[in-house]
Design a protein around this ligand. Sequence first.
Ligand code: AMP
Ligand code: MG
Length: 461
Amino acid sequence: MRASWDTSYLSLPEQMYRKQKPIPVPKPSPLVLNTQLAKKLGVSFGSDWAEYIAGNKVSQGATPLTQAYAGHQFGNWNPQLGDGRAVLLGEVTGEFGRMDIQLKGSGRTHWSRGGDGRAWLGPVLREYIVSEAMHKLNIPTTRALAAAGTGESIYREEGPLPGAVICRTATSHIRVGTFQYFASRNDHEALEALLNYTINRHYPKAKNSNDFLEMAVQAQAELIAKWMGVGFIHGVMNTDNSHVAGITVDYGPCAFMDNFAPKRVFSAIDRQGRYAYGNQPSIGAWNMAQLATALLPLASNRDIAIESFTEIINGFEKVFDIEYKQVFSSKLGLPSEAESDFLTNKFLEMMAHENVDFTQSFRALSNPDIDHILRPHPEFSNWYDQWREVADISEMDSINPAVIPRNHIIEIMINQAISGNMDYFTEFHSALRNPYSIPKNLLFTIPPTPIEVVKNTFCGT
Ligand code: AMP
Ligand code: MG
């Protein structure tokens, strides 16, 4: 693995990270390599690439590190989390500007607490395929550069499972929880350095923490609106999994909805439905409020800062509504001047009532030869006539995907990979690279049969 490492995080105060190399594994084996992405990043791999991804070799010139962060997990404050099973190999500057290259599942670190620092094949392949699919769906996200097997058994509730490491890239790994870590320790030096660093890296136009917060709110609201437009449920929107630049990070028990149910939760650990599909905007606002709180210690006048931050956080809903409206208007082919609220809300209401597939319901609208699954709903034909009068369907097939990473297909893909067969992964991955086209294998476009339905997803940590 060759790259021009240029890791700016190392110039930050030393309490913000710990130097840490990945822990070697018994037997690295290649799983998947994203050569196109590597090229764009200016990273090259030789035939021994799996050795670098599994962590047995470290690229020349790299100084790997782990980052400190804290977070609210399901609303509960945890003052110390950090990279417990990840190392940042470093930063490179390529076609996308400065990018982090991180290994996840690379062994124990200073932050591992009781964990083994490892990941198993299932979550690694899920993150790989879902993050790449999100990218193709035009949703800001970390991306997958490579995955390798470790030749080690990982012990989880399900029993021993094959170990794996994913290598991902991101515009950074700065989380709301990174700010919280230093704010809660009253570490002004680090907090200020982090604020300046984040502004410089993500929001160069921001002149102060007010601007930064406002831009972070905008990015977060946009992201969540985009998630909702494809039926995505992140599943663990803890503040440590909430990226300050509004990109999707940490694919744990995430899921794409099949049938539309706004209260839908997949994560087995989310018993209260805190991170349900329809709750995501209010959680986004809550997470931004935690970011605001973490910025307060830097304010020269606390009262004035509280007042202006409160106004920004209270504005989240409004910002979100604009983004949401935009996402759903374009999904329905509605021009911006159209009275879209009624048409959007009615369509969602009918979908929820009939319990029909979210992705197929949108896709079918721009393909009038398909008999619409909402046809049985008594109000559908009236709605359809009204909608057809204002809608322009010509772009809709490039906005509403035909293929999304459905849970039941992911499960089949993982089970095949466990038995050593990556063919299904390859086939599914290639369909997801063109999510707006009908794939050869039509099974990727249809919802699960009742016995195939995946009811819960697991963190897999
Ligand atoms: P997550 O919910 O996966 O984003 O992880 C929350 C926290 O737990 C982070 O600090 C992780 O680094 C840590 N963690 C998750 N899984 C493991 C593991 N297997 N070993 C050590 N730390 C872990
Ligand atoms: Mg996390």
